[in-house]
Design a protein around this ligand. Structure first.
Ligand code: TXE
Length: 559
């Protein structure tokens, strides 16, 4: 078995493999620290030009890139599937379609969303002042994504950053570098000016070099541990970071829910992308009275799914993306077993499907090392399939109910009351998404507002990352900041406040020199003006006039 990432040390290349069959997908260079620093410099130069392009021009280019994706949709979907192991169907439904929607939305609406806005400044307006906010791009936006949505996440973030007037550098995950390069190629073919979008490839070290090179923003998707390292390194340059980290997302099913729908949603929510979504259903809490019925439906539906190589159109569950990920899943399933939960179906690596699949013997073994171990990898690469696994009798004190699994497991626990469901759902260090299933929409809303998560769906599951108009991000250890939506766009700009005094004929009462009248006036500001009430402020007008006359007299006498 391979460790998942292989570097050809002689050629200084990453070798990318298909996790379903071990076939080589392609090779990319490992970008050195110097190469990354130069890329950031070029990006900064390109920014000087790109920031002054019109929204119409940016829109034209993003829409052209979008057309390019549409014209080679199947080819791109096969590449995504080959590098990540996900089914071809999901490469289209969960990566290409949503990002195309996001691209058209931000291409058409960024100008309006970033239009300068007037601010209501209350009583200051009576003094002839106006305030507005103008949004400026930041500069160089570094995007460091993970491997689970290697196309839609970096491409979506890049499109938003570009529309806002920034230049972009993407450092794709070492597990999916070819998809990352494809994104660069799409923008290049669309005719974006040179260095407006660059892709640097490599593993963590390349990512670290990018952080160190002081971009103006870092958009990171990945683990909590790496997120902390990046935040720490970024702090040295005061680079602000958006962190999209993990999840342990709960699904709450009440006894009045449509169980037929809820069971299908649970199966999709837990097993799509082999459970390797930050918003996967990782804990299902069902009301006791319907637990058996829901579990039975889920097991039946799970048993009907076809697992196999992602390039087959009728495959619902593909391979895991890496051996490391598969090991975590095995460990968590074992933890459930040992802790007394019941494996209803699945529970192990799926060897059956692969009986007649050629397993690659590592022909380049002598020239390759495992990036994780640094040792020569002379092993044989096996397909990385784990059976979709349904587990009943789970409880929150089990380790596997606390740590992110990121695999095709669906542990089911029960609850009695609404309060208990909320308490169980919130009993986690994470808080990315959650879902509540009930026919009582008022109850759904009530419970949703009490769940500590960045997005909560009522009678829906997982898919809201696909709605580009809505903000995406987590509470607690699931992250900081937002991607997508207006909140996500605001992460990619710096607001500038422009304040104008249209009645600049008299000195301000708070200017120097101070005096007894000045102090009395300031007391008036605190008591009356700061109340926000015009009526109360009117009470200090005589004092204000006295103070301004004092300043005018002083200024004249000075002259
Ligand atoms: O993530 P990493 P991995 C979770 C999931 C998974 C775990 C680890 O639980 O098991 O994270 O996944 C780059 N400076 N999620 O190992 O290590 C790295 O090259 C700068 C949740 O893939 O966080 C890659 O491009 N960059 C998550 C990216 O960071 C560094 C999605 C992510 O790698 C770096 C994926 C460094 N020091 C995994 N070290 C989600 N939110 O959806 C690594 N990188």
């Amino acid at each position: 078995m391979s460790a998942g990432v292989e570097i050809d040390t002689k050629q200084n290349q990453i070798i990318s493999f298909n996790p379903a069959n071990g076939a080589e997908v392609g090779r990319v260079p490992v970008s050195s620290k110097t190469a990354v620093t130069s890329a950031v410099c070029r990006s900064r130069d390109a920014f000087q030009m790109w920031k002054s392009t019109s929204f119409a021009e940016r829109r034209r280019l993003i829409m052209k890139a979008r057309d390019g994706i549409l014209s080679q949709m199947d080819e791109i979907a096969h590449l995504i599937s080959a590098e990540s192991g996900k089914p071809f169907a999901e490469a289209i439904s969960m990566e290409i379609a949503p990002v195309l929607d996001l691209m058209q939305y931000f291409a058409k609406h960024t100008e309006k969303l970033l239009r300068s806005t007037k601010i209501d400044i209350g009583l200051y307006a009576l003094l002839g002042r106006t305030s507005k906010i103008v949004y400026h791009p930041l500069g160089v936006v570094a995007i460091i994504p993970a491997w689970n949505y290697p196309f839609s996440i970096p491409l979506g973030e890049a499109s938003m950053a570009l529309m806002a007037g920034n230049t972009v550098i993407i450092k794709p995950s070492e597990l999916t570098p070819m998809v990352g390069q494809k994104i660069g190629e799409i923008f290049e073919k669309a005719g974006l000016p040179e260095n407006t979008v660059q892709v640097v490839t490599g593993e963590g070290r390349t990512g670290a070099a990018l952080v160190e090179a002081a971009p103006d923003k870092i958009m990171f998707t990945g683990s909590v541990a790496t997120g902390k390292k990046i935040a720490e390194a970024a702090a040295k340059n005061f680079t602000s970071v958006v962190l999209e980290l993990g999840g342990k997302d709960p699904m709450i099913v009440f006894d009045d829910a449509n169980l037929e729908l809820a069971s299908s949603a649970a199966v999709w929510g837990a097993f799509c992308n082999s459970g390797q979504s930050c918003s996967s259903v990782e804990r299902l809490y069902v009301q006791e009275s319907v637990a058996d019925k829901l579990t039975k439906l889920i097991v039946e539906k799970t048993c009907g799914l076809k697992q196999g190589s992602g390039d087959n159109e009728d495959v619902s569950i593909g391979a895991m993306s890496s051996e490391r990920q598969l090991k975590i899943v095995e460990d968590h399933v074992e933890d459930f077993r040992k802790s007394g939960a019941k494996i209803e179906t699945g529970g192990k690596q799926n060897a059956d499907w692969s009986a007649d699949t050629p397993v690659r013997t590592d022909a380049t073994a002598s020239a390759t090392t495992s990036a994780a171990s640094g040792e020569a990898d002379e092993s044989v690469r096996s397909p990385l399939f784990f059976q979709p696994t349904v587990i009943s009798g789970a409880t929150n004190d089990m380790r596997a109910m606390k740590e992110e699994t990121f695999g095709p497991t669906l542990p089911i626990a029960t609850f009695k009351t609404e309060e208990e469901a909320i308490k169980l759902a919130n009993d986690s260090e994470f808080g990315l998404t959650a879902s509540v299933w009930t026919r009582d929409i008022a109850k759904g809303n009530r419970v949703a507002e009490k769940i500590e998560a960045g997005s909560v769906c009522v009678n829906e599951v997982l898919y809201t990352h696909g709605i580009g108009q809505t903000p995406w991000g987590g509470f607690k250890n699931s992250g900081r900041g937002r991607t997508h939506g207006l909140a996500g766009l605001m992460e990619l700009v710096q607001p500038q406040h422009i304040h104008v005094n249209r009645l600049a004929i008299l000195p301000n009462a708070w200017w120097m020199p101070y005096s007894a009248t000045a102090v009395e006036t300031f007391r008036g500001f605190a008591k009356y003006f700061a109340s926000g009430s015009i009526r109360r402020t009117a009470m200090m007008l005589p004092l204000l006039q006295k103070r301004v006359r004092e300043l005018v007299r002083y200024n004249r006498s000075e002259r």
